[in-house]
Design a protein around this ligand. Structure first.
Ligand SMILES: [Zn+2]
Length: 324
């Protein structure tokens, strides 16, 4: 019998999942300079290291753009729900699994220090280029941005090796049994294939994802909104490492509520939705109690990527819409 057959996740009715909550504060404290010239990002433009365009924008214009982005994201429910899944006690959750077959993988000692340093650097890149741009930046562009920015500073060899190691590790070792959606660490997202959804700080793929979201908005109305869209490899690293830090270095526990980089369907089309004004609860089981969720399920054309009792080693995510 394969290991996945041993794994079953069962949730109580109030169950929210994941490790203790921390909130991302990067959007509010962002203070990058050069990269602001890139925001808001027109769909047809490629994301290149901003250092190539240093003097393109005045301080006033930059302040105006910052305010615009702040306003956009403030109107949104939440940046991306890091930590939200841990917002209610974990004892509502029961995981049964063959413990002999799956020993948690935990970063300790030097590796934990490297995890923290790498997360800090990713976080600094996000602050520097802005939340929206960071959602879709490629690994290579991220490296260039860091190198060109004094406040961020270049990724060290150790940090890059660490990210590479994480990317190519088989996530089944963590107890995560979803498919890998990209084998390419340096995968880049073609700007012409995506567009920015107003007032969310997030992007969607043209085509099926856009069609599904448009239909959902039309059928449910203004009380439902996208809470996370397209995410490139660096963004997924950022989220996964944030979650792993909350879990005190436990990659296995983190992977039950956040796909490791390369394994997220946000990379190829899936998106999350939430109820307007519902805050962090949108990324908890509480979302399943809302009218919006009820309506979503009644539409008939919506599938949830990680339903209750799914075989992927992932907690129930009522907010995550399957597109691909
Ligand atoms: Zn999601």
């Amino acid at each position: 019998m394969r290991r996945r057959d041993f794994l079953a996740l069962t949730l109580g009715t109030l169950g929210a999942v994941g490790c203790a909550a921390i909130r991302e504060s990067s959007v509010k404290t962002r203070s990058g300079s050069l990269a602001k010239a890139q925001y808001p990002l027109p769909p047809a433009r490629s994301i290149e290291p901003p250092a190539q365009n240093p003097a393109a924008i005045s301080d006033e214009e930059q302040a105006r753009l910052n305010a615009l982005e702040e306003e956009e994201i403030a109107n949104n429910i939440l940046e991306d729900g890091i930590g939200a899944q841990g917002a209610t006690p974990k004892d509502h959750l029961t995981i049964t699994q063959n413990v002999g077959a799956l020993k948690p993988i935990v970063a300790e000692g030097k590796e934990f220090e490297l995890l923290k340093a790498t997360f800090d650097r990713l976080n600094a890149v996000q602050k520097h280029i802005g939340f929206g741009n960071f959602n879709v930046i490629s690994f290579d562009a991220m490296i260039s941005v860091a190198k060109a920015s004094k406040p961020v500073g270049a990724f060290t060899e150790d940090e890059l090796e660490y990210l590479e190691k994480l990317f190519f590790r088989d996530a089944k070792e963590y107890g995560f049994f979803g498919s890998k959606v990209t084998d390419k660490l340096t995968e880049s997202i073609a700007q012409k294939e995506i567009f920015k959804v107003p007032r969310t700080g997030h992007y969607l793929y043209q085509g099926q994802a856009a069609k599904v979201y448009e239909s959902v908005k039309k059928d449910i109305g203004d009380t439902i909104v996208m809470t996370s869209g397209v995410r490139g490899v660096p963004k997924q690293f950022h989220l996964f490492l944030a979650k792993t830090l909350e879990c005190k270095g436990d990659y296995s526990e983190a992977s039950h509520s956040l796909a490791p980089a390369g394994y997220s369907y946000h990379g190829i089309g899936d998106f999350d939705v939430g109820k307007v004004g519902y805050g962090e609860k949108n990324f908890t089981q509480e979302f399943a109690k809302t009218k919006e969720y009820e309506k979503l399920m009644q539409l008939g054309y919506i599938a949830i990527r990680y339903p209750r009792g799914n075989p992927y080693g992932v907690y129930f995510e009522p907010w995550h819409v399957e597109v691909v």
